[in-house]
Design a protein around this ligand. Structure first.
Ligand SMILES: CCCCCCCCCCCC(=O)SCCNC(=O)CCNC(=O)[C@H](O)C(C)(C)COP(=O)(O)OP(=O)(O)OC[C@H]1O[C@@H](n2cnc3c(N)ncnc32)[C@H](O)[C@@H]1OP(=O)(O)O
Length: 191
């Protein structure tokens, strides 16, 4: 059992995952803790407001549609099952998709603190090929902050808890209103 991550276990079908006994979740009504047994019933976080996001947008039919939870230590958690269309090496995930998982989870460590930040620099260690069509555990932590600079780390494990990939990234906090104002209009994008 990897130290610092697995404190209890949760069974989804035949797969046993390690998760804290209770998870702090954020909903439209506020935040509350729920037993981790509720995880498989899907408790969406408010970050899903970015509907079109390839990583977490629940309305993006071609995306990953990830759902995230935050535990009472601030750790971000998600279970992932990658479809065949995300293949790179035969039977395994494309490296860009693995990077996306890590990036997305790390970004949620900021979002959990109501910080809107964009990835400026990221590094990935691909330790083992990441299998498709099997349950994976994605976790991320906020490491430190210095002004607008937020340092985060993430890990991707298989259901047995073996480490498959790790990431570290620098995020820069932005003003979301200014970002929205600078967004290209649909008309400009079509021309
Ligand atoms: C509406 C909802 C939206 C919601 C948006 C959030 C969605 C999140 C989605 C998931 C995450 C993503 O995929 S985001 C998508 C991928 N990322 C992007 O497209 C970002 C593209 N890049 C940018 O837009 C820009 O570079 C920013 C905003 C990240 C930063 O630009 P900036 O604001 O001009 O910042 P800048 O002054 O250059 O740098 C800030 C500080 O960081 C330091 N710094 C810069 N690079 C490095 C580095 N490699 N290592 C160390 N330090 C560095 C600088 O020295 C400076 O330090 P000091 O002088 O302050 O000490």
């Amino acid at each position: 059992m990897p130290p610092g991550i697995l404190r209890n276990s949760l069974s989804i079908g035949k797969v046993t995952l390690g998760f804290p006994a209770r998870l702090l979740i954020r909903t439209k009504e506020g935040q509350r803790t729920v037993p981790s047994s509720k995880l498989d019933k899907g408790e969406p976080l408010t970050h899903t407001a970015l509907h079109g996001c390839f990583g977490c947008g629940q309305h993006n039919r071609t995306g990953l549609r990830l759902r995230f939870y935050v535990d009472d230590t601030g750790q971000i958690l998600s279970t992932v099952r990658l479809a065949g269309r995300f293949e790179g090496p035969p039977g395994h995930a494309h490296g860009g998709i693995v990077a996306t998982l890590l990036d997305e989870a790390m970004s949620k460590t900021n979002r959990a603190q109501n910080i809107v930040a964009m990835t400026r620099h990221m590094e990935v260690d691909y330790l083992r090929p990441v299998p498709l069509r099997t349950t994976l555990q994605l976790t991320a932590r906020h490491l430190s902050v210095e002004g607008r600079k937020h340092h985060c780390a993430a890990e991707l494990r298989n259901a047995a808890g073996e480490l498959l990939a790790t990431g570290k990234a620098l995020f820069i906090a932005i003003d979301p209103a200014r970002f929205q104002a600078s967004k290209p209009s649909m008309r400009a994008m079509k021309s």
